[in-house]
Design a protein around this ligand. Structure first.
Ligand code: FAD
Length: 295
């Protein structure tokens, strides 16, 4: 079967695209590794999504997911996209193949890896990128959060529910989190000018080594939460798109179309400067309207 529209990714951008596409009566498929995307990593409540004064990431995901109706769903990773003539062919990790006239890329961004010694070895054994997923595992334990931006501070605020002691290590001379988040993080020890060098342990993490102003220092912690920013998920797109210096997809900001006709990119994966849920939703809706016109 040939779909009218395939959406890759089911974060807020992808789910909104699916809602709009179904309402346009397009034969639609959404392929995604999971539903919710980065909203699942939201450690404190969301306070800037209209109609909800405060809402947890999980509640917002579940409300959006309930509204995704009359579309086919495949829970998998897309590994390749090609265009031949007017048709796109998408291949998933399990070698399933799907075809459509229009594709919307809504694959967002994933946590930036630090590429320090021990980071990969201890993944799932003390190293985590998601406090809402793994936080409870660190009850009464000492932990370090790497990154002094809002994501790092929000992780720290959430982890106050569990950890016995929390350090935030910031590479720069001062933290970048909002004053509001800094105030909420009272009691947390912030170490600036700290560059993580290695994560050590036996079966599980038990120590981090970092450089501070040219001197090597250590902290004995059982958990390391990496919050060092996000990188757009684009590796499967090959030559179909143009990427900017931040590896984001370049789009036309009126339609969200990429350099390939019929291929759109919305949400955090594109070169838009504002990375927010409400923005991702708006772009998803806009792209579907233009995709419909293209068909
Ligand atoms: C810690 C944190 C706190 C935040 N707080 C706020 C906030 O308070 N308010 C706000 O407005 N925004 C907030 N944001 C930003 C907001 O979450 C993002 O802007 C938004 O989630 C982007 O949506 P998206 O749909 O573009 O991408 P994402 O949410 O990243 O979703 C991408 C989806 O694509 C899937 N995917 C990726 N690659 C593939 C593939 N190859 N095949 C299939 N599926 C794939 C992923 O599994 C995921 O489901 C926060 C972000 C973080 C990380």
């Amino acid at each position: 079967m040939i779909y009218d529209l395939i959406i890759v990714g089911a974060g807020p951008a992808g789910m909104t695209s699916a809602i709009y596409s179904a309402r346009q009566k397009l034969k639609t498929l959404i392929i995604s590794k999971d539903f919710g995307g980065q909203m699942a990593q939201k450690a404190v409540e969301i306070e800037n999504y209209p109609a909800f004064e405060r809402v947890t990431g999980f509640d917002l995901i579940s409300k959006m997911e309930q509204q995704v109706k009359d579309v086919d769903i495949v829970r998998e990773k897309v590994i390749e996209i090609k265009k031949e003539g007017n048709l796109f062919t998408l291949k998933t990790e399990s070698e399933k193949v799907f075809q459509s006239k229009v594709v919307i890329i809504a694959t967002g961004a994933e946590p930036r890896r630090l590429n320090v010694l021990g980071e990969t070895n201890y993944l799932g054994r003390g190293v985590s990128y998601c406090s809402t997923c793994d936080g409870p595992l660190f009850k009464n334990k000492e932990i370090a959060i790497i990154g002094g931006g809002d994501a790092g501070f929000e992780t720290a605020i959430f982890m106050k529910n569990y950890a016995s002691k929390i350090y935030i290590l910031e590479y720069g001379e001062s933290v970048k989190a909002s004053l509001d988040n800094q105030q909420k993080a009272e009691g947390i020890e912030v170490i600036t000018s700290a560059q993580l060098k290695e994560i050590k342990g036996d079966n599980f993490v038990n120590q981090i080594v970092f450089d501070r102003l040219g001197k090597e220092e250590t902290l004995n912690v059982k958990g390391v939460f990496v919050q060092a920013g996000y990188v757009p998920t684009t590796s499967f797109l090959g030559q179909l798109v143009e990427l900017n210096e931040r590896k984001e997809i370049v789009v036309n900001f009126e339609t969200f179309e990429t350099k390939t006709k019929g291929l759109f990119a919305v949400g955090d994966v594109n070169c838009g400067k504002v990375k927010q849920i409400v923005v991702a939703c708006g772009q998803g809706a806009t792209a579907v309207i233009h995709g419909y016109k293209y068909i």
